[in-house]
Design a protein around this ligand. Structure first.
Ligand SMILES: *Cc1c(COP(=O)(O)O)cnc(C)c1O
Length: 228
């Protein structure tokens, strides 16, 4: 019972910390059980994020239908079809090819899927994402107008995993500057800079201060994950 209360407490604590910021909580439930997710749900949480297609599709089937599901991880083109019937927001679109496939699968399901473009802001080579230049090339493509079943709603980024808070802050600030630059210069019916997905358990406070609208929080909600 103690453990049970903890997730609800964590959700409430996160909501308190987010007060005064225009920010929403995406509870990252990867590796967590349906029981744990329902505890968060009962505390009022409705937005959940996963980073693996199969796990996401399974949880969607088994859990309440008013949950808004976000795909936050790297997404392979050939797996889009499994989440296209229900996913609300895809955070990490990192290629034109993937965006086209999301559009195609959204059309097959008669729906619209919201997308964020992932920008590479960390120094680590391993993190996915597009450069600032690649983002602008994509947004200037003439055939973007043909993708009628997607909407680009903003950007997502992951800062370097480091203790150096100034470095993290610089990376988030860089992402926000791209976000603002697009908002000012791109006027396209399929593009609207509404959401800035940045901040995880270790760096969400800095992310909120730098303009995040969606923080993706796993550990601070559900506790440590078992790296099985
Ligand atoms: C796992 C994950 C998170 C959450 O990480 P925590 O440090 O546990 O908050 C956020 N974003 C993405 C893309 C993830 O894969």
């Amino acid at each position: 019972m103690k453990v049970k209360m903890k997730i609800a407490e964590n959700i409430n604590a996160m909501n308190r910390r987010m007060e005064g910021y225009p920010c929403r909580l995406v509870a990252i439930s990867k590796t967590k059980t349906n029981g744990e997710i329902l505890e968060a749900y009962q505390a009022g949480q409705r937005i959940f994020g996963e980073n693996k297609v199969q796990e996401l599709a399974q949880k969607y089937e088994q859990l309440p239908k008013d949950i808004e599901w976000h795909m936050v991880g790297h997404l392979q083109t050939n797996k889009v079809k499994y989440i296209a019937p229900f996913v609300t927001l895809i955070h990490a679109v990192d290629s034109w090819k993937l965006l086209k496939e999301v559009d195609k699968q959204a059309r097959n399901n008669n729906r619209q899927i919201l997308c964020l473009l992932q920008v590479h802001i960390a120094e680590e080579e391993t993190k996915f994402g597009l450069s600032k230049e690649e983002i602008f090339v994509l947004l200037h493509r003439e055939d973007l107008s043909e993708l009628k079943n997607i909407r680009i709603q903003g950007l997502m980024g992951m800062a370097t995993f480091t203790e150096d808070e100034e470095k993290i802050r610089r990376e988030f600030r860089f992402l926000k500057s791209i976000f603002d630059g697009i908002a000012e210069s791109i006027h396209h019916e399929h593009v609207e800079m509404k959401e800035l997905s940045m901040g995880m358990t270790g760096d969400y406070q800095i992310a909120m201060e730098e303009g995040s609208t969606l923080v993706r929080i796993g550990t601070a909600v559900f506790g440590e994950r078992n790296l099985a």
